[in-house]
Design a protein around this ligand. Structure first.
Ligand code: ATP
Ligand code: MG
Length: 470
């Protein structure tokens, strides 16, 4: 992609070789380039014109402590607060980059750099700077505008906090900026990660999910980077790692807060320079991936406690999106319930399914610590177990676990069934509803046919005569 000739890039570095190679690179990309040796020349350039972006070498003077670099960065931030600054540092001084990110730098690149990666980072920073405009209008008007512009069809809600999230996602999705999604369990982190990919220019390329919470540190490398045959005893064949599978697409690193320190370093390296070696191979490979991370942990706290690397944190959180808990947006609960009901109408072939208004209000006031996932489960359970198609409060209340109900009176507890009985009841109802058609019943219950047969045996349910009147 070429930029309008007006995009002026200022390169601050005192090394002539670096000045020259960077100038060449960015001129070829269509930028106008100016260079400065240090603070004095920088001021002179800024007095004449305003750059669109600055590339700043943190070790630009003989004094390699980086203090001059930081001082210059602070000066730039003060004089032109919206000007994106990308830092250069050596691998050995990543902590300097971290300090720079704290002082407001847009990104950092370690030397030696990959040209592609550097150009990508510059373009990302420029796009992000251009798109930062606050939304206007009422919530529903804003939602309509977002829907006209982006693909958010599975994401329900028009609470202002959610709309903020969607606005940010829409703005950053087309860039290659790494996105960190935080939020309690069940708030929709994975759904948002998918939306980032769907709305990016990579949407025809793979979206690869990796659950880092489930990966032991020994498996980590082989899982993410792959291995060659013979790399270890059980490596009978080559294996392609997740990063390579995600090439040209996006990689979703879920539960990133669960990563142990050794794996954190290995991950940092590939995120840093986009290269890695499969286990047992000495040949580096390069990948082009967009990184999306998620966690329900507080990474900032983990950084403070020393359990999460600060440099990795700044590498992944260029854009952070915090998903609100459902209790912060109870106004969205009715729309969510209706969305789930609508899906279930189709799934179970029950076009008349609806929820009474009173029940919607009652659901709005439930303390749902499991957030949207829990709400979805409650709705699904109620639909399966309710005797009619019009769901009332009692249909939801009856099957709640005690931890969910606010009312702890004996009458509400007495309606709770032991799990076994509940399961039996669900199967009986599903069988009746689907006239004993095993494949449909298994699908409706979300279990395999085999598992369904096992349960039918367990409860002694005769599936040939079940729906005959008794
Ligand atoms: N805004 C929304 N509209 C409709 N459905 C949603 C919304 N947010 C989440 N969901 C649904 O809720 C369920 C949980 O969402 P998801 O798996 O994305 O949560 P999560 O934050 O990744 O949870 P966890 O931390 O437990 O992994 C999914 O079935 C998802 O489709
Ligand atoms: Mg998840």
């Amino acid at each position: 992609m070429h930029n309008a000739p007006s995009s002026m890039l200022l390169i601050i570095d005192d090394d002539i070789a670096i000045q020259t190679s960077l100038s060449l690179l960015f001129r070829r990309e269509g930028f106008t380039v100016r260079v400065a040796d240090g603070p004095f020349e920088t001021r002179a350039v800024l007095d004449e014109e305003t750059p669109e972006l600055v590339l700043l070498d943190m070790n630009f003077s003989v004094d390699t402590s980086g203090d001059d670099g930081l001082r210059l960065l602070r000066y730039l931030r003060e004089r032109l607060p919206t000007l994106p600054v990308i830092l250069f540092t050596g691998w050995g001084s990543i902590d300097l980059a971290v300090q720079g990110m704290k002082a407001g730098a847009a990104d950092f690149i370690t030397k030696p750099w990959q040209n592609d990666h550097l150009v990508q980072s510059v373009q990302t920073a420029l796009r992000l700077a251009q798109r930062a405009q606050p939304p206007t209008g009422t919530a529903s008007a804003q939602r309509k505008r977002l829907d006209a512009q982006f693909r958010f069809e599975n994401i329900v809600g028009d609470d202002p906090i959610l709309l903020d999230v969607l606005t940010t996602i829409g703005r950053v999705a087309p860039t290659d900026a790494p996105v960190l999604i935080t939020g309690e369990s069940g708030t929709g982190k994975e759904l948002i990660a998918e939306a980032v990919h769907q709305n990016s220019r990579r949407n025809r390329q793979p979206f690869v999910k990796v659950n880092l919470g489930g990966i032991s540190s020994t498996l980590f490398e082989s899982e993410l980077f792959g291995h060659v045959r013979g790399a270890f005893t059980d490596a009978k064949t080559d294996r392609t790692g997740r990063f390579e599978l995600a090439n040209r697409g996006s990689i979703f690193l879920d539960e990133i807060g669960d990563l142990d320190p050794a794996s954190q370093v290995k991950l940092l390296r590939v995120l840093q320079d986009r290269t890695f070696e499969p286990l047992g191979s000495s040949k580096s490979r390069t990948v082009d991936v967009r990184v999306i991370c998620a966690t329900n942990r507080n990474l900032e706290e983990m950084v403070a406690q020393g359990t999460f690397r600060e440099d990795l944190f700044y590498r992944i959180n260029l854009i952070t999106v915090r998903l609100p808990a459902l209790r912060e947006r109870p106004g969205d609960i009715p729309a969510l319930v209706n969305f789930f009901i609508n899906n279930l109408r189709r799934l179970y072939g029950r076009p008349n399914l609806t929820v009474e208004k009173g029940a919607l209000n009652w659901l709005k006031n439930l303390p749902l610590s499991g957030n949207i996932r829990q709400l979805k489960n409650i709705v699904e359970r109620a639909v399966l177990l309710a005797p009619t198609d019009v769901l009332a409060t009692s249909d939801f209340e009856r099957h709640l676990s005690p931890s969910v109900t606010t009312d702890r009176s004996p009458s509400s507890l007495s309606s709770i069934l032991p799990l076994d009985q509940l399961e039996r009841q669900m199967i009986e109802r599903a069988m009746a509803h689907h006239h004993n058609r095993i494949p449909q019943v298994a699908r409706a219950l979300g279990i395999t046919r085999f598992a369904l047969y096992r349960r039918l045996e367990k409860y002694g349910l005769n599936y040939d005569s079940l729906d005959s009147p008794d």
